[in-house]
Write a protein of this length. Structure first.
Length: 635
């Protein structure tokens, strides 16, 4: 018999949900691997593996009515044929699997589903980590790699271990909540209390004088953790939503780090175990070259191995494996999709429903009409929004050997799940992407040609509009002409338009103290900062009037515009231009205040109202103390 038959018989005998590490031990023992070798390769304690294996040898000895040990495991069973009774057990077990209602691959795989495939040692690593006081697990991967399914099993294991569990999904939080750091922390605290069946009592712990972070920490420490007797596993799902709001992310992520570090010195924090889950696509618009949160144990979600894909095929009741002794059909699926969990499951779902034959699926998959058309078009649209990524991806799919990419660009493409990195070489993460994107790039002009064309058109636009003599930016008239043009264009495309208004804080006091000439130089320095940051084709920076600048960002969502505004604010402050006058404003360097508005233009609204919305957000920044970015209230 084979190792797969041994595992299937174990499952059929009532051990259907074999622990992932048990399966790993059996497979490695079948190969002749020692416990020490397993421990070294998979980062486990050798004694732990040995004790775990003892249960397996006992179970196998009962099934086969003979002593089974690691030493004789393969020798005793490989040449031993299955009895008719054992074959019947396996057949009944397989029949039960085939009768399980087929699930469309959307959302987490349910706990009782046979279509969840363990990826040893991932699951066992996660289960062991939540048993550690004050631990933090980071599940980060591109979308549709199985993070939510694994999270579901981590929480289930925690519950069965007697822990309390709370799961917060940041997709449930309104944009207004996420944009306000204080509102975000109050939302988190309230949601935890409700899931623990505790009255909120949040106002008893919130103190504006000590700030939101300290108030939130006191609430967690003195109220929530103090009222439970067991460890608390707090799962934070879709944390990438917080990344869209830089002010909140800049404060919230370090707070999680602080809670983790508190477990080393405050005993009550040892009850807390964090599981932080986020999509790495969120890195694309961020101005960074590393993860925004790198605390705790990272859990990488690998693709399925060929053996795991074969197992998933069996669980779907398909005959690709049994009727294909040479493995050509299974290999053709692997050659197209690799081991990507979602891509493989979607293919098997359609094959089970007989919507398409395997030959037709393989032929149509990299086309607009194939079952992956929507996902591929989403990727294509994202690449077109980021020309530097589009140009890099064109290099990758055009070369059979891969391409050497600039490190940040390579990192972002990997974060999208489009490429794999080996050293400095990037290759498509699966052949499907190579076929689709190569066809897209060959269908039209090259990305480099498009970039050069956009640059020429942008330069022509700049020449057509009047230029402010002092800053060499477009003046107000040119800005309004460009805005009207984009308003109509984007209305037809149903695409967003963002607008930033930027105002130098207390320029009149600076002019009075330093002189008008110094004030002009200051305006030129700020204009240069804006010019360096606002560089994408069709983005436009203008001097709107006096100390006020306006920046138009076509096809940019609110979160991206807020990030651009934050970069401008930070870069101006980093200039370190000193001011000696005292006006009751903290600090002694020149700063700017900014307001952001975003809207999909349409015929029902006027562009003038859009401008007023951004100006109102700017005024709100000034009212709140200046040196900050405010998003218009309709966002």
């Amino acid at each position: 018999m084979t190792i797969d038959e041994v595992l299937c018989l174990l499952r059929a005998r009532g051990q259907r949900n074999l622990n992932p590490i048990q399966e790993l031990v059996l497979r490695q023992a079948w190969k002749g691997q020692t416990y020490a070798g397993m421990a070294k390769e998979f980062h486990y304690d050798a004694n732990y593996l040995k004790n775990l294996a003892a249960e397996l040898w006992h179970g196998l000895s009962e099934i086969f009515e003979m002593p089974v040990t690691k030493t004789n495991f393969r020798i005793a069973l490989e040449d031993r044929p299955l009895t008719s009774e054992q074959r019947q057990e396996i057949a009944q077990f397989s029949s039960q699997l085939s009768q399980t209602p087929l699930e469309f691959p959307s959302g987490p795989v349910p706990l009782n589903s046979p279509f969840y495939i363990d990826r040893p040692p991932v699951e066992e690593l996660a289960y062991r980590e939540i048993a550690k006081p004050g631990s933090v697990i980071r599940l980060k991967a591109p979308r549709l790699m199985g993070k939510s399914s694994l999270l579901l099993r981590i929480l289930d294991r925690a519950t069965r271990s007697g822990y309390r569990t709370v799961s917060l999904d940041f997709q449930e939080a309104d944009a207004e909540i996420l944009a306000s750091f204080d509102g975000l922390l109050r939302w988190v605290c309230t949601r935890i209390a409700r899931q623990l069946d505790l009255p909120s009592q949040i106002d008893d712990y919130w103190d504006e004088e000590i700030g939101s972070k300290v108030s939130c920490t006191h609430y967690l420490q003195q109220y929530l953790l103090a009222r439970i007797d067991s460890p608390l596993v707090l799962a934070l799902n879709e944390v990438n939503r917080v990344f869209e709001y830089p002010n909140s992310a800049r404060e919230f992520l370090p707070l999680l780090r602080f809670w983790h570090e508190q477990a080393k010195q405050v005993s009550v924090f040892q009850k807390l175990r964090l599981v932080v889950v986020y999509n790495t696509e969120a890195y694309i618009p961020l101005n960074m070259n590393q993860s925004p949160f790198n605390v705790g144990r990272p859990i990488q979600l690998p693709e399925f191995s060929p053996a795991q894909v074969a197992e998933l095929v069996k669980r779907h009741g398909l005959s690709i494996v049994e009727d294909d002794p040479d493995g050509q059909q299974l290999q053709s699926l692997l050659d197209l999709l690799g081991g990507h969990p979602y891509l493989v499951r979607l293919a098997l779902y359609h094959l089970c429903h007989q919507d398409v034959s395997l030959e037709q699926l393989l032929l149509e998959a990299p086309t607009q009409a194939g079952i992956y058309g929507d996902r591929l078009r989403d990727y294509w649209a994202m690449l077109l929004d980021y020309p530097e990524l589009s140009a890099a991806m064109e290099q990758v799919v055009s070369s059979d050997e891969g391409a050497q990419l600039e490190s940040i660009v390579a990192y972002k493409l990997e974060s999208m799940g489009l490429v794999k990195l080996e050293g400095n070489c990037a290759t498509p993460s699966c052949p499907l992407y190579r076929l689709y994107f190569r066809a897209q790039f060959q269908r039209g002009e090259s990305t480099l040609d498009r970039l050069q064309k956009l640059e020429r058109e942008n330069q022509e636009l700049q020449r057509r509009y009047s230029v402010d003599e002092l800053t060499q930016l477009v003046n107000r008239r040119g800005f309004e002409e460009f805005l009207q043009q984009q308003w109509g264009l984007l209305a037809r495309e149903n695409a967003p338009l963002s607008l930033i208004f930027c105002d130098l804080d207390y320029l009149r006091f600076y002019n009075k103290a330093e002189g008008e000439a110094a004030g002009d130089r200051l305006l030129q320095q700020v204009a240069e900062v804006i010019r360096q940051i606002v560089r994408q084709p069709y983005d436009l920076a203008a001097r709107y009037g006096g100390e006020e600048f306006a920046i138009l960002l076509p096809k940019t969502e609110a979160a991206g515009a807020v990030q651009v505004a934050e970069r401008i604010r930070e870069r101006v402050k980093a200039l370190g231009i000193e001011r000696d006058y005292q006006i009751g404003f903290p600090g002694n360097t020149v700063t700017v205040s900014l307001g952001v508005a975003c809207q999909v233009p349409n015929s029902r609204h006027l562009w003038e109202d859009f401008v007023r919305s951004a100006q109102t957000a700017l005024e709100r920044s000034k009212q709140l103390g200046r040196d900050r970015v405010t998003l218009a209230s309709n966002h």
